[in-house]
Design a protein around this ligand. Structure first.
Ligand code: AMP
Length: 281
């Protein structure tokens, strides 16, 4: 692993919590960007925000097996640590990269005691059993280790942001800052999972997101918006030959189904060639 570290003058790489804690002990204004690697511009935008607001920025790279409800999905999740470190170093906005091993974070592989309440078992939580419990578990552990003042997370994973904010608020004195979704020119939201898609898939993803942007506009005139979205969902499934898990208009403050456009977002999850994509508009 040490060959990876050469030439990084400002950015320090830390492989365990002891060295991380030691390195951070003199700093009080820490911004934290947790990631699962395969770094792209979306991650870099969160890091940029942290770099603007906080004195030091810590980025973690850890593909958390506990949040995968599907073994194959975990195995095929794109990983490229060497490239990630190069990009992070070149950005000149990262002070510390924390790359822990499973054991550094979790004592064992036991199922977490964290449970979602019934009203949170919607959207991704409904379709990916145990996923958010795994996310909250790792965010709890990482926050405890890094002790950041602020955590920067993407609106792209809105439900994740919502649940993490709610969970951490009870335990830590840390702000969770939601950041804007970075998109390709063709409107597709950047995601590490996009690396798993072919060119044709990406063109289709772009068609789908553009159509959804129009749906969001046209929905204004519909009386029962979520009923209308069910028809759209069926049409899309037939037209694009895709499996859509959900297409729902939900309130951004409580994630309840809503008919009010101003305070809502259109949430979608679908499979493209076996790859699960999510977005919200
Ligand atoms: P991940 O590595 O996919 O777990 O993502 C790490 C963080 O980056 C999460 O807070 C995501 O919401 C955020 N993120 C992922 N994609 C984007 C994007 N396209 N724009 C902004 N933030 C993103």
């Amino acid at each position: 692993m040490f060959y990876l570290f050469k030439n990084f003058t400002q950015m320090k790489i830390l492989l365990n919590k002891t060295s991380l804690t030691k390195s951070l002990r003199h700093f009080s204004d820490i911004g934290f960007v947790p990631t699962m690697g395969s770094i792209h511009q979306g991650h870099l935008s969160l890091i940029g925000r942290s770099n603007q607001i906080c004195h030091k920025t810590v980025v973690s790279i850890f593909v958390n097996p506990k949040q995968f409800n599907n073994k194959k999905d975990f195995k095929t999740y794109p990983k490229n640590i060497k490239k990630d470190l190069k990009i992070l170093n070149q950005s000149k906005t990262v002070d510390f990269v924390y790359i822990p091993k499973f054991k550094d974070i979790f004592k064992n592989n036991k199922k977490t005691k964290i449970k979602l309440i019934k009203k949170d078992k919607i959207l991704c939580a409904k379709f990916r059993k145990g996923h958010f419990e795994g996310v909250l578990d790792v965010m709890d552990k990482l926050t405890d280790i890094v002790r950041p003042n602020k955590i920067f997370m993407g609106n792209k994973d809105f439900q994740q942001l919502f649940l993490v904010k709610k969970y951490l608020k009870k335990k830590y004195n840390t702000d969770v800052v939601g950041c804007k979704t970075v998109r390709e020119k063709n409107k597709v939201a950047l995601s590490s999972r996009n690396y798993l898609l072919s060119k044709e898939n990406l063109i289709l993803a772009s068609k789908i997101v553009r159509k959804l942007i129009n749906v969001k506009k046209s929905i204004k005139n519909k009386k029962n918006k979520n009923k209308y979205l069910l028809t759209i969902k069926n049409d899309f499934q037939k037209q694009f030959k895709i499996k859509i898990e959900y297409l729902e208009l939900r309130d951004i403050n409580n994630l309840k189904l809503t008919n009010v456009i101003n305070t809502s977002r259109l949430f979608v999850a679908y499979y493209l060639n076996g790859v699960r994509l999510i977005d919200n508009l």
